[in-house]
Structure formats: C-alpha cells, structure tokens
Write a protein that binds this ligand. Structure first.
Ligand SMILES: NC(=O)c1ccc[n+]([C@@H]2O[C@H](COP(=O)([O-])OP(=O)(O)OC[C@H]3O[C@@H](n4cnc5c(N)ncnc54)[C@H](OP(=O)(O)O)[C@@H]3O)[C@@H](O)[C@H]2O)c1
Length: 249
C-alpha cells in the first residue's frame, strides 16, 4: 500500500520546479495528478517526463476568467479531489524606490489573489479527509533587502494557511503551508534579475544556510507529500519549513 493510493491531487504550477517534483512524488506514492500552468507546451513537456496517471490543464492563476472556470474544468477531469497543492508563484526583486504598481500587483495577483481564489474554486470538489497545502517561503520571516513585495505575499500565504485551516477543519479538510528555503528550480531564471544578480544573491545567502547548499526540488516535494498524506493527520494550520536550517539555526 502506497501513501497516496486512490488519491486525486491537483498541483498549480506543476510544469516545473517544486510543482513538477511534487507531481512525480505524488505519482510514485500512488496518486492520480492534475498539473496546471500557463503554457501548454511546458505542461506537455512535464507530462512526458511523468510516469503514471497525470493530466494537464492550462490555467493562469493571475487571470480571473481562468480562475472562475477552474472548478468546471477540473470537474470535467475528476468528480473530486483529495489533495490540492497551490504552488504557482512568481518573484520580482527591487529596492522600494523602484517598485511600481505593476511590480506590486503582478506578485500579489499570482501569489495571493490567485492562490486564494484557486482554493475557493476547488473547495467544493475537496473530499472530507482532504489536504490543502499552500506554497509560501521562509523569506517572510527574514527581512531580505529588495524582496519587500515578494516576502509580503508569502507572509499573506502563511496567514491564509492558518485562517483557512480554522475555517475548513469542521469540514475535515486540513490546510498547511510549506515554506521552502532557497531551492534549485527555474524560479530565479523567471525573476527580473540578471544571471549575475542571481549569482550575487546566491553567494550572499549561502553563508546563512547551515547546510551550506541550496535545496533540491525533490527534497521539498517529499515534505509536501508528507503534508498531503495521512502521516501528517495531526498537523493543521502549520508551516513546515524546509530550508537547510536557514531560519532555525
Ligand atoms: N525556488 C525557490 O528558491 C523557492 C523558495 C521558496 C518558495 N518558492 C515557491 O515555490 C513555488 C514554485 O516555484 P519554483 O521554485 O518551483 O519555480 P518554477 O520552476 O519557476 O515553477 C513555477 C511554476 O509556476 C507556474 N506559474 C507561474 N506563474 C503562473 C501563473 N500565473 N499561473 C499558473 N501557473 C504559473 C510555472 O509555469 P508557467 O510559467 O508555464 O505558467 C511553473 O510551473 C512558488 O510559489 C515560489 O514562490 C520557491
């Protein structure tokens, strides 16, 4: 018996990085998985790399029409869900003087608004005994210069995990947040930073990580699988930090 046998999971932003690694781990543990993302091409490439029961859905978490249609589109693929990993997220970095409204709105619309309405849309499909995992980040407790808006979005995500956990517990749905530390993915390639700026940032952060290395997406995925499975049955409204000790030591 595998840990996620007979479970159906949806992962937003499942075409790369932490979302894709989690899809792989969920499948390995017996789940059927639906992955979303904005690019059909990226989703097809991800699907080709996944072995097992996986399906794709093009959906932009920042697009209100896509969000409104999400419940109906998912219902066309499955009558219900047991696991929802709201993972899609973006990062933009700049000193406060250079932050304009677009920089602010873009991040809040994907990382907070999109996450919130994804949960709202898919809640009617969630089975009792289900698990919702929200992808936050340890940045919200660190005070990293130039990361003001991104970090604030992630503080909001941790807050939502607590509040929604309290609201949904009577329906027997557990909500928790996962907070990765610096992790090898395409995340930084997709920011507004140049390659040199990313390297500079990594060099600046490395001494702060007791394990002296970045995490791998598979290491985050394993923690998400724990939160998705019944092994974490007494964990609710929590934040699981997987950061090589960066914020604990
Ligand atoms: N990597 C890190 O160091 C780190 C640390 C802490 C937290 N996180 C969080 O982990 C999550 C996943 O990031 P990652 O590191 O795995 O980065 P990634 O490799 O860039 O993956 C991001 C995923 O989200 C999707 N996505 C982006 N914008 C979207 C949108 N508007 N609607 C739907 N899907 C969207 C991307 O696909 P498309 O672009 O094709 O849509 C991709 O599948 C994010 O929430 C991030 O904040 C990452």
């Amino acid at each position: 018996m595998k840990r996620l046998d007979n479970k159906v999971a949806l992962i937003t932003g499942g075409s790369s990085g932490i979302g894709l690694a989690t899809a792989q781990d969920f499948i390995r543990e017996g789940a059927q998985v639906i992955i979303t993302g904005r690019s059909q091409q990226a989703l097809q490439a991800a699907l080709a790399s996944l072995e097992g029961q996986a399906r794709t859905l093009v959906s932009d978490s920042a697009n209100r029409e896509h969000l409104n249609a999400l419940g109906q589109k998912v219902r066309a693929l499955t009558p219900s869900l047991d696991i929802l990993f709201v993972n899609a997220g973006i990062g933009r970095f700049a000193p406060i003087e250079q932050v304009d409204e677009a920089h602010f709105d873009e991040q809040f619309s994907v990382n907070v608004k999109g996450l919130f309405f994804t949960v709202q849309q898919l809640l009617p499909l969630m089975n009792p005994g289900g698990s919702i995992i929200l992808n936050a980040s340890v940045v919200h407790e660190m005070g990293i210069p130039n990361a003001s808006v991104y970090s604030a979005t992630k503080a909001a995500v941790v807050s939502l995990a607590r509040t929604l956990a309290a609201e949904l517990l009577p329906r027997k749905i557990r909500v928790n947040a996962i907070s990765p530390g610096l992790t090898h993915t395409n995340f930084f390639t997709n920011t507004n930073l140049t390659e040199a700026q990313v390297e500079g940032f990594a060099a600046q952060m490395l001494p702060k990580i007791p394990m002296q290395r970045l995490g791998n997406s598979s290491e985050i995925a394993k923690a998400v699988t724990f939160l998705a499975s019944d092994e974490s049955s007494y964990l609710v409204g929590g934040e699981l930090k997987v950061d090589g000790g960066m914020t604990n030591m």
